[in-house]
Each structure stands twice: as structure tokens, then as C-alpha cells.
Design a protein around this ligand. Structure first.
Ligand code: UTP
Length: 191
């Protein structure tokens, strides 16, 4: 079984549900506590052993690429003013050189199309897909568990969470089948 080394993070959507906040600012850059939401997805990916992240970006999303780049002027100023904590925070979040790729989705034709845009960089390998607009807290990262389940079962694995029956109209819903390797078989799906 091939190891999961690469992850796709699509960030080219229009974010219409968060307007006007997302008119000129990508929804993936909206802050949750002290960092943009996309940072949680990247941390989760590296924690799960991912070596390369492919971001699928679009117009107005250049700030995401800049966010994961080195900022020499800022680092110089922090060094001069002795702001060690901030310097360490910046250093620890920077992906190593060559660990990220940015692919352009020229028009937002949906999530499936965004993933398809990454096909040449992914090649013939299993990969992880993280949607950076959903954050769950507590315990280990969700992707680490998902990758383990893939390694145990060899199947396509989707992470899901429970929701109230009254809320099912807001989400994609799966039908629960037999238990397999700590997860369960998906018997049906409604998106
Ligand atoms: P969503 O459907 O939640 O994103 O897609 P959206 O289209 O931005 O949201 P709304 O419905 O208009 O508010 C989940 C993820 O897939 C990306 C989004 O950026 C988000 O991270 N996506 C979606 C793309 O990259 N391209 C698309 O064409 C659509």
C-alpha cells in the first residue's frame, strides 16, 4: 500500500455564505483565535505525516500564498526589536522549502473540479483532501486518524461527525453500515 504523502487543500471557492466578510478577504484567511483557519488545516496535515500540500487557489487568494511565504522585512524588524516569541511563532508555521504547491482554478466550478485541477501534481498516489472551512477541536488531528484507518482498511476514508437529526438538511449525510477497522462502512450518501 502506498503511503499518503500529499494533501490537497482547495481554497478557490467564493465563500458566499460569509459575505460581506469574504468580499475581498478569502474565507480561509478568517481568523479563529490567533491564526487563519487555513493554518489549522496545514498543521493537521503535517501532524498526519503529509510531506507536500497542494493548494488549489483562485483570484483574490494571493494572500494565502503570501501567508505561507517568508517575510524578510517582518523578520528583520522582529529581530531588531527582540520580539522572540513572535519570531518563533513565524518560524514554526513556515512550511519547509518545496513542501507546498499552488495550482490555479481559473473559475470556481465546484469542489470536485478544484480537486481535479491538482491531478498532475498528485499523480498516481493516494492523497488526503482537507477542507479548510471546518474546524473540530479536541484530541488528535482528524487527518492522523483518517490516515490510520486508510492504512488498516486500504479503502477511501471520509471523516464524518454526528449531527442532530434536525440539522441534516445543512450537511452531506452518510448511511452507517458494518464496523470496519475502527470506522464503519458507508452504505449510502446524500450530499
Ligand atoms: P464550499 O462549497 O464550502 O466553498 O467548498 P465555497 O464555494 O467557497 O462556499 P460558499 O457556499 O460560497 O459559502 C469547500 C472548500 O472547497 C473550496 C472552497 O474554497 C472551500 O475551501 N472550493 C469550492 C474551491 O476550491 N473551488 C470551488 O469551485 C468551490
Amino acid at each position: 500500500m502506498k503511503k499518503i504523502r500529499k494533501a490537497v487543500i482547495p481554497v478557490a471557492g467564493l465563500g458566499t455564505r460569509f459575505l460581506p466578510a469574504t468580499k475581498s478577504m478569502p474565507k480561509e484567511m478568517l481568523p479563529v483565535v490567533d491564526r487563519p483557519v487555513v493554518q489549522y488545516a496545514v498543521d493537521e496535515a503535517f501532524e498526519a505525516g503529509i510531506e507536500h500540500i497542494v493548494f488549489v487557489t483562485g483570484r483574490n487568494k494571493a494572500v494565502i500564498e503570501d501567508y505561507f511565504d517568508l517575510h524578510p522585512e517582518l523578520i528583520g524588524t522582529l529581530e531588531q526589536t527582540g520580539k522572540k516569541t513572535q519570531l518563533e511563532a513565524l518560524e514554526s508555521m513556515l512550511p519547509v522549502a518545496g513542501a507546498t504547491s499552488f495550482i490555479r482554478q481559473q473559475s470556481p466550478q465546484g469542489l470536485g473540479h478544484a480537486v481535479w485541477c491538482a491531478r498532475e501534481v498528485i499523480g498516481n498516489e493516494p492523497f488526503a483532501l482537507l477542507l479548510p472551512d471546518m474546524v473540530s477541536f479536541g484530541g488528535r488531528g482528524c487527518l492522523a486518524e483518517t490516515v490510520e484507518l486508510y492504512e488498516r482498511t486500504g479503502g477511501n476514508v471520509i471523516a464524518v461527525e454526528r449531527c442532530e437529526p434536525s440539522e441534516t438538511n445543512k450537511y452531506g449525510i452518510v448511511g452507517r453500515g458494518a464496523e470496519i477497522g475502527g470506522g464503519f462502512e458507508v452504505k449510502a450518501m446524500v450530499e
